[in-house]
Design a protein around this ligand. Structure first.
Ligand SMILES: Cc1cc2nc3c(=O)[nH]c(=O)nc-3n(C[C@H](O)[C@H](O)[C@H](O)COP(=O)(O)OP(=O)(O)OC[C@H]3O[C@@H](n4cnc5c(N)ncnc54)[C@H](O)[C@@H]3O)c2cc1C
Ligand code: FES
Length: 256
């Protein structure tokens, strides 16, 4: 897919608790096709010690208004600087990067942990456009750490798991009772231990499954090799050959 680099204007900003914020970014021209699971590399201006772009998943796309949105967790220098951006500011992005989810299956489970829920909203919307209402399962340590909740309701059946029991079932998302249902495809994005457990579950039950890896990245376009994952089919650049991988290619990784 062709890549673009351009300035977007921030036309919306929302914050969720102390850690998360969402930016809605508008382009003056029609956006290219953006697959669910693809990401952007954002430039962080105004911080001399942040010279690399930061990879962020495309959270949602509104083709009618030429906007896309990003859901960002503040974890370090770059994301802190991005959290200071306001409506009217510009943000330079390279997009759309990586391979997205294949949108396989008819009875589909999407599992997100923490800010791993970011790519799942556009994914749920794309399934809904195909006439499929997926089940979405979101997990976090507490309810406050699951930033977006209501946005999924229009496209999906929504369930939660929190470790302190403040929202949904108490415990790890991987132990949620929704796993007892029959699915023909599972999609997951979030912390590695969660994705490894889900990949092992899918592989051992012969359920098709896609995992979106979040290895640290620099160039985002397959040039620097800093994001390589050790898959069952050799070393692969997560930025170019992923971030979405079939769980059947990640057996070694999921068991490590
Ligand atoms: C394909 C992809 C999609 C992503 N999508 C999102 C998203 O939608 N929303 C979001 O908030 N974040 C997302 N991330 C993670 C995000 O890129 C990092 O959190 C960000 O680059 C950190 O930058 P920083 O300068 O704030 O932190 P740094 O100052 O660079 O690091 C602060 C801390 O965060 C850790 N960290 C840095 N990068 C990552 C990473 N990739 N995974 C786990 N820990 C990391 C560092 O080890 C360090 O402990 C994504 C990453 C990838 C590879
Ligand atoms: S980030 Fe440079 S090759 Fe993937």
């Amino acid at each position: 897919m062709k890549k673009y680099i351009s300035d977007f204007t921030i036309v919306g900003k929302e914050t969720y608790g102390t850690q998360y914020f969402k930016l809605v970014l508008q382009h003056p021209e029609v956006l290219p096709e953006i697959l669910p699971g693809q990401f952007v590399e954002v430039e962080v201006e105004g911080q001399k010690n942040v010279y690399l772009r930061r990879p962020i998943s495309i959270h949602d796309v509104d083709t009618a208004n030429n906007t896309l949105s990003l859901l960002i967790q503040v974890v370090g220098k770059g994301t802190t600087q991005l959290s200071h951006l306001q409506v009217g500011d510009k943000l330079n992005m390279v997009y759309p990067l990586g391979k997205g989810f294949t949108l396989k299956g008819n009875n589909v489970l999407l599992v997100g942990g923490g800010c791993g829920l970011a790519p799942l909203l556009h994914t749920a919307r794309c399934y809904a456009e195909k006439g499929i209402r997926p089940t979405v399962l979101l997990g976090g340590r507490t309810a406050d750490l699951i930033p977006i909740k209501d946005d999924f309701k229009a496209f999906a059946n929504l369930h939660f798991a929190t470790e302190d029991g403040s929202l949904g079932e108490k415990g790890l998302v991987t132990n949620h009772s929704m796993f007892s249902q029959n699915y023909d495809h599972i999609i997951t994005c979030g912390p590695n231990p969660m994705m490894k457990a889900i990949a092992r579950y899918a592989n051992s039950n012969n359920i098709s499954c896609e995992v979106s890896l979040e290895n640290s990245m620099a160039c985002g376009i397959g040039a620097c090799l800093c994001c390589v994952a050790d898959t069952d089919n050799g070393h692969k650049c997560v930025c170019k050959e992923g971030p979405v991988f079939d769980a059947s290619d990640l057996k070694k990784w999921s068991e490590s």
